[in-house]
Design a protein around this ligand. Sequence first.
Ligand SMILES: [Zn+2]
Length: 313
Amino acid sequence: MNNSFNQSVVIGLDVGGTNIRIGTQAFGQKLTFFEKTARADVLISPDVGLCLAIFIQNYINRHQLAHQTVAIAIGFPSTLSADRRTILQTPNILDMDNIPMADILESNLNIPVFLERDVNLIFDWDSQSRQLDMIGACVGIYFGTGIGNAIFIDGLPLVGYDGCAGEIGHIPRAGSTEICGCGNLGCAECYASGRRLTTINQQYFPQTEIQAIFTLHRESPVIIDYVDEIACVIATEVNILNPGFVIIGGGVLTMQDFPKDLLDERIRFHCRKPFPSQNLQIFYSAESVQAGVLGAVSMAWRKYTTLTEAKPC
Ligand SMILES: [Zn+2]
């Protein structure tokens, strides 16, 4: 390995609706200086690009990383342009639409900056931590407030023509009048998301704390139907892509007593027989709070290595 790597570090960030997580990694070493800060304490003005630049610069100064940092990678809960330089749209964060974020951060920090969808970085880390080989298509589907989806082809995220591939939460259902957060009618997110679970809780089990909904009501037909909706989303992608493996996770699936056995049975019920059903490998996400940052530093090293190798001697 190049000697210059010995002194170098990369910085990774995971920008979420609630918190911003940040960490540093020297090549081949463990994550250090991991911190979590409330997003509202960082993005304090509509100029979110400048706010983020100031936050990163303060972090660099505090940890004396100015001369070592060779790349920064950031996961956003956003749709990004196909070249991964611009944030197109961020449903859950105000003032974060149509921002040339990579340009803004690079001009303020003078360090190469790489952007990616947060779900792609989390999936990348989930796969690495299990030492799974990303051969052909591999997918991650995360059921939180909405549905996050990562599709990797031969180890690289599928970007799509506009940058917006992997929006499985928005597969439509004919005849539905449910309004999705995206504005369309009848998207899968209307039936198989954390948002839907909240509605079920209010409508059918108003006396139950939502954290206990699977513990107390997992035999209830409405909960069995809900788990089947989740299975249909997963099976849809499996039937299209025949992935080498699927990683599933997100806040809904990690709730107490979520019926994983039922979900597994329903996924296989809906997958085409004998293939891709027969060889389908399903893993649950490791759900580390550091996953997004670990995926980001991993990407930062990959991009930095590609940059330095591309430069003429
Ligand atoms: Zn939608």
